[in-house]
Design a protein around this ligand. Structure first.
Ligand SMILES: Cc1cc2nc3c(=O)[nH]c(=O)nc-3n(C[C@H](O)[C@H](O)[C@H](O)COP(=O)(O)OP(=O)(O)OC[C@H]3O[C@@H](n4cnc5c(N)ncnc54)[C@H](O)[C@@H]3O)c2cc1C
Length: 223
């Protein structure tokens, strides 16, 4: 998996802080930023995050280039609706000899891996034949969830909080959790004041939404 933060709102922390300050000031657009120090911005960000006044965080956006992930992951990813996506198309890009993602449980078992790779080879061959007979958009129906994909995704800070809460959870699948971890590392470097405190729901809110399916980690957090 390769994850790169390719661009983001310039000075995301100050942008969010000025948007927050807007709510509490009668000054014009220049006055509202005047004499507003980084320290003031940091304090105000902490105040709004604690209060759950999160709309100012929507003014900072982050764009990621993601590759080496499965179509299985991308299907889960695009369920996050408050985001923008551009994904490599299987209608326009020929997938002969496609790369694929092997889940660790399969990689660890010789029997499972043999079965998996044999099947992938057969699909590759069948796809290569099909694509000579029918359009790519129809030949792709035979491709597996394991198929590697690439995409560019933009999310604002508030949507990222929601994404991280859900996908850093131990109950999230290993691949999308791995993506969330990589993304968090990127945004923490770009805007530590906005992301240093971020984690899964149990880490951030002290409760587990998974009920009986809980991984049990919450006990160690609340004890
Ligand atoms: C561990 C785990 C297991 C999952 N299992 C399944 C599963 O079995 N089947 C399945 O279908 N999905 C499953 N999902 C996907 C999940 O239901 C969400 O679709 C996904 O996590 C996106 O979250 P979201 O809707 O909060 O994000 P976004 O779509 O980015 O929405 C962000 C927030 O905006 C608000 N919002 C957005 N759209 C609406 C709307 N139409 N109406 C009201 N409020 C809205 C909500 O507050 C939402 O939390 C699973 C997710 C996780 C993390």
């Amino acid at each position: 998996m390769k994850v790169r933060l390719i661009s983001y709102t310039p000075d995301p922390e100050m942008t969010v802080a000025i948007a927050a300050r807007r709510c509490y000031s009668a000054l014009g657009s220049e006055g509202v930023a005047e004499g507003f120090s980084r320290e003031d911005a940091k304090k105000l960000i902490n105040t709004i995050l604690k209060a759950g006044h999160l709309s100012p965080t929507e003014h900072a956006s982050f764009t990621f280039a993601i590759e080496g992930v499965s179509r299985s992951l991308s299907h889960q990813l695009v369920r996050h609706r408050i985001a923008s996506y551009s994904q490599q198309s299987q209608r326009y890009v020929r997938e002969s000899g496609f790369e694929y993602i092997v889940p660790p449980t399969i990689a660890r078992s010789r029997e499972a891996l043999e079965l998996f790779e044999k099947q992938i080879e057969e699909i590759r061959e069948a796809y290569s034949k099909l694509v000579e007979i029918v359009p790519k958009e129809d030949a792709r129906y035979i491709l597996p969830n394991a198929c590697e994909t690439k995409l560019v995704m933009t999310m604002n800070c508030r949507s990222l909080y929601n994404f991280f809460e859900r996908r850093l959870c131990n109950r999230a699948q290993w691949e999308i959790r791995g993506l969330a971890e990589e993304m968090l590392e990127c945004v923490r470097q770009a805007a530590p004041g906005l992301f240093s405190w971020v984690g899964s729901t149990c880490e951030m809110r002290g409760y587990c939404p998974e009920g009986k399916m809980s991984c049990g980690k919450i006990k160690s957090i609340t004890q």
